[in-house]
Design a protein around this ligand. Sequence first.
Ligand code: PAZ
Length: 342
Amino acid sequence: MTPAPPKNFHTSNPETETAIDRTIPDFPAAQLSDEDKYFTHHKPPSYLPDLEDEVKEFIEYHQRNTHKRIVLVTSGGTTVPLENNTVRFIDNFSAGTRGATSAEYFLENGYAVIFLHREFSLLPYSRHYSHTTNCFLDYMTEVNNKVEINPQFADEMLIVLRKYKQAKESNSLLSIPFTTVNQYLYTLKSVSQIMEIVEKKAIFFLAAAVSDFFLPQSRMPTHKIQSQESGGKLEVNLEPVPKFLSRLVDNWAPSALIVSFKLETDNSILIKKAKNALDRYQHQLVIGNLLQTRKKEVVFVTPSGENSWIKLTDDQISKEVEIESLIIPRVIEIHTQWIENK
Ligand code: PAZ
């Protein structure tokens, strides 16, 4: 039986009823077990139990009926709200291109995909027509008082439409949103613990750009910060976001293949930083990329010590080949080998 259609969660509205809560102890300065402390000092989003039910239903459906491998793709940037009734927040550049595009290639390769994305960022399939300089109406034309697809786009749209329908009809894509870094962390924790039943058939493909700094709930003002009260200046004192990858690898999803991304802007430190992440968290793969060239080249850094680059050729760039069409098959190869060798 196909599960009921997903509920519509919205993550971009602040939860005003949980505005500043003085009963929560102040967030302590950084210490060793920061990951655990984070969850005792920050409230989960109110919709989390419903979201967990959806994820369980999706995974159980595939366990029972399709036996597909399951990948959690994270995508887009997290926000750091500065006020509980959020007028201002800190954000980052990520549009969710890597995540949305990768999700499509995982689906094409037979995986079921849980797409944990920043609400209103790019989505698999619709990404071809949203967030462009075109208005969606530019894809339409009027013929005999009826709306039709502009023939200029029709062939390509048919291909995308078929893939989208296939993903939908096979119930292979579950999209769940986040907006803030707190929502992201709670959802990642819940989903990864639920996914543990899939064991080694699971991949975590962590392409989201997660903030390294945040403002603890205990210090977050309820209302819009008033410029008159601070002499016109805004000084923000942020805490480091604890490193959750260690929890994911060691506790939440110890059976899964974990792929993290490392983003840098300075070429000379990229590989070193990717290796450091691998040493520190002991997972299976870090994909390094530079902000400036991320759509053309990435480097795979694995525990074997080899760095292997994937670079689009000029010919591929001129044909608009998407680098994710090369990245995902390589990740799947690693997953297959890893399942066989376990
Ligand atoms: O979303 P996008 O396609 O514009 O960018 C993708 C990316 C650079 C955010 C991703 O490839 C990545 O490196 N994510 C991890 C970033 C980090 O926390 O280091």
